[in-house]
Design a protein. Structure first.
Length: 359
């Protein structure tokens, strides 16, 4: 970046603050302002413009998570990274729920710190350059890894152009593995693309639209206001997948665009009508799937099969190498990541042409 990156560091521990300042200034050539408590940070934000805010969570007077909420209203669009010495899933989930752009666990290696802050600065500037031409997309899955398998690359392409990505997982996947481990895996996968993650604990294999699913999805839709929702297809052998689709039908009735993705348990009746080009985003999808180490024994998680599936669906699209298929329920909004930057693969969904076929 030609213009110097400006970072606000909010950290009450003097040694940690000095470490962060040294890394970012000496190795990254950034301009760093340090505030030792949240109220001073808010004063800095009111007086100056920053490319990134990096805040600790545990601070006197106001927590970093509470500060995050204030920053979202006072410095909208500024990327915020939170860091803590406590590697807790609950902390991380809460940070992502409150729209943190990054979650770091102390001690943060210098290379990692520099890489993450630089990436956030680049992304933040790209967002501002797009002049607000972004959208919020919500991907709803029954179990951890459902969304990532179905539209992981599509979600990565959304994030690449600054769209907000929210993942809602309704079951902790207890039948498929140890709950806490699967929660950690889901959090790690969401973190790879900077998605906000909402995890719920409805009983695995017994999801019921009338048992709270509809209300839960409705509440999140009111909170994040998505313009696009991705979820399971009704053409699926798994009862939980069908239940989630039915619940989303009701809960997302006012969302402009609704599309259904393919699952390993989808039936032959899965009939995609749009194919999202995801060239350039397959590696991000594979990294997300690799985060689910407890599921690595399942054949549908194998990288070669994931690539081959996307390669197959690309034959129905517009000349791309890889694509993810969608059954369109409605498409009143643009199903596009509106890629503008050079080198970022477009993700505009293409209709089946009159000679196209289906699986």
């Amino acid at each position: 970046m030609s213009e110097q990156i400006r970072v606000l560091v909010v950290e009450d521990d003097a040694d940690t603050a000095q470490y962060v300042r040294t890394v970012l200034e000496r190795r990254g050539g950034m301009h760093v302002t340090v505030a030792h408590e949240p109220m001073s940070a808010l004063a800095e934000v009111a007086a100056n413009t920053f490319d990134v805010v990096l805040t600790d969570i545990q601070m006197p007077g106001m927590s970093g998570l509470d500060l995050l909420g204030e920053l979202r209203s006072r410095a909208a669009g500024t990327p915020v990274a939170v860091m803590t010495a406590f590697a807790s899933v609950d902390y991380a989930v809460e940070a992502l729920r409150r729209d943190a752009d990054e979650f770091l666990v102390k001690p943060v290696a210098a290379a990692t710190l520099l890489e993450r802050i630089t990436a956030l600065a680049v992304e933040g500037r790209a967002k501002r350059a797009a002049e607000g031409a972004t959208e919020t997309v919500l991907a709803v899955g029954a179990h951890p890894d459902d969304v990532e398998i179905g539209v992981g690359a599509t979600l990565a392409s959304h994030r690449a152009v600054g769209d907000t990505v929210v993942i809602l997982t309704l079951s902790s996947g207890a039948i498929g593995g140890e709950v806490q481990l699967r929660r950690h895996e889901a959090l790690a996968a969401a973190g790879i693309i900077g998605a906000r993650l909402y995890l719920h604990d409805f009983e695995d294999t017994r999801l019921d639209p009338a048992g709270g699913l509809i209300t839960t999805i409705e509440e999140l839709i009111r909170e994040v206001e998505p313009t696009v929702v991705y979820t399971h297809s009704e053409h699926d052998r798994h009862q939980d997948h069908r239940a989630v689709r039915q619940a989303v039908d009701v809960a997302a009735r006012r969302v402009p665009s609704l599309a259904c993705f393919q699952s390993p348990s989808s039936t032959i009746d899965f009939r995609p009508t749009r194919f999202v080009p995801v060239d350039g985003f397959m590696e991000a999808k594979l990294q997300m799937l690799a985060a689910f180490e407890s599921q690595a024994h399942r054949d549908y998680m194998e990288p070669d099969l994931v690539r081959a599936t996307a390669r197959y669906w690309s034959r129905f699209g517009g000349g791309q190498q890889y694509a993810e298929p969608l059954e369109m329920v409605r498409a009143a909004a643009m199903l596009s990541t509106k890629a503008k930057a050079a080198g970022v693969a477009a993700a505009v969904a293409s209709d089946v042409d009159e000679h196209g076929g289906h699986a």
